[in-house]
Design a binder for this molecule. Sequence first.
Ligand code: ME8
Length: 651
Amino acid sequence: MENRKSFYITTPIYYPSDNLHIGHAYTTVAADCMARFKRMQGYDVFYLTGTDEHGQKIERAAREKGMEPIDYIDGIVTNVKKLWQTLLISNTDFIRTTEQRQKEVVQKIFTRVYEQGDIFLSEYEGWYCSPCETFFTERQLTEGKCPDCGRDVEMLKEASYFFNMSKYAPRLLEHIENNPDFIQPESRRNEVVNFIKSGLEDLCVSRTTFQWGIPVPFNQSHVVYVWFDALINYLTGVGYLQDDELFAKYWPADVHLMAKDIIRFHAIIWPIMLMALDLPLPKKVMAHGWIMLEGGKMSKSKGNVIDPGILVNKYGVDAVRYYLIKELSFGQDGVYSEEILINRINSDLANDLGNLISRTAAMIIKYFAGVIPTAGTETELDLQLQEAAKQAFYEATEKLEKLDFSNYLHATSRLVSRANKYIDEAAPWQLAKDPFQTERLGTVMYNLIESIRIVLILTAPAMPTLMVRANQQLGLWGDSAKAVWNDAGKWGMTSSGAQVTRGEPLFPRVDVKTLEEEPAETSASAKTGSNQQELKAVHKTAEEDSITIEEFARLDLRVAEVIACEKMKKADKLLILSLKVGEEERTVVSGIAQHYTAEEMVGKKVVLLANLKPVKLRGVMSHGMILAASDDKQIDVLMVSKDIDSGERVK
Ligand code: ME8
């Protein structure tokens, strides 16, 4: 245990000026996914998060409520910690900048940097944005307003301590150049480099205009600038100047994760502070994009802030975490909508992953009395599935190492799709009809179980409760806390003979229509996925999925007459049909060419799904879809045999 490799990851410490929202949850969940991944790889992980509690903004928020800052913050911090529990955040420590340990370290650092001459007393005059706690020069303002938040700024003059940043700028530029991975993604690195090259000014690191901060130890009328204080949390959290052993083990940090809004603080001011302290720099500073709402940014004043606790309450913790991790592409902004969240749950989790597991369990119960069979001789198809599993392992690992969270889950989704396709291709229901195929049927079941085992390991950093829930049904491997990442790279680890049971659906489907109808819920009693299904009548299982007659009526099914038909060039399977639907004519592309000739289709009356969204197939727009029954050998297009006019409804 002692000489395990260490991994230290941090989130920003958030302002407890108000309760946190889904943007903060994104960073914290993503960092948690990384921490869990590294633990599964065998690293000794330190995951630090916390709250940034000093400064004028917090002081004002408290005073507006008629409270002392610390009383106000204590309430919010309790909620923050509760939220992280709800989201199953596995942080090692939670640091508050109002703690004594932080005060001591900040004061010692301030004194040291002052004594070595990098901090000096001078007078500051400049444009000050109090919500952002930041001074700006004239040229930094945007149309006379704060360049960060767009609000009014005021001219302030005060005696202040300054930090000589320009002295370290050449060293920082050199470091960035020699360590291309230091700032990620590349667009942010370029932004930072340009900013440094445009010339760094001395940074004002103390304030006299308010008291809510850590006093400058040798001049008590000043408090330390909130960012100078806040950044130091990353050192205090792992014992700097207080626990040498802990500090030696974890510093330098492997990753500071944040959104792009605060990249300059982390990629310029922070490294320069560390250089002044003669400490090694963090290995990576990674800035992800913003979660936006369809109407723009989230903000309390617009009243459009999304509470992640409520979402967990409605949809379960695994689903919410999965959605967050998958939704933001590397470094890009993304748009949150509850509808997209529901669609992800229904398509990726209920239809694809949930069904893969429940179908496999159901088949093992049906064909092998619930006992996992042994694998026999492997076919080409089996090897393809194994290859897909190997690929998913490599890609998921590679993407996570790069903090490319979204593509990590795309890699696992591809394996799920491949396994579902394997079921269709291996056609176990056909094998089951033939007593000589029992061994083959067993092999197919075993391969499915193996694929599921691998999927469960690969998705465990994102969805911490899934493995336990699924394993209760599959009678397999323990829980995600003990899962070993590299076991996902090995094929054949499942022992045959375990008993499979049919359990509750892992991801109940959610009806999008209920979005408008549902009353808001409080986040106080968040549910985990395992008891989700008790929650709402609107949650339905994939298997018992039933729809109302009104929902069925949304399908506009019509009798359509084929008036012309031709084969699509360079496509074996496609016919282009010209259909008469009442007075209307339309073109539909259909994949029936291997079962019907163009000539034999002409004059037939078929059933058309008329209100399907048009799609382009091989360059031809298809306006609808004709219905057909099929198995893996044949296709039988549904025809209307009586003389019913085209355009009539099918219901
Ligand atoms: O900046 N999309 O705290 P903060 C994505 N106290 N991420 C978001 C987001 C959104 N819409 N909104 C917030 C501070 N975040 C300082 C940090 S660190 C030494 C001091 C996340 O409460 C994202 O990680 O304003 C962003 O960088 C951070 O919250 C800002 O949190």
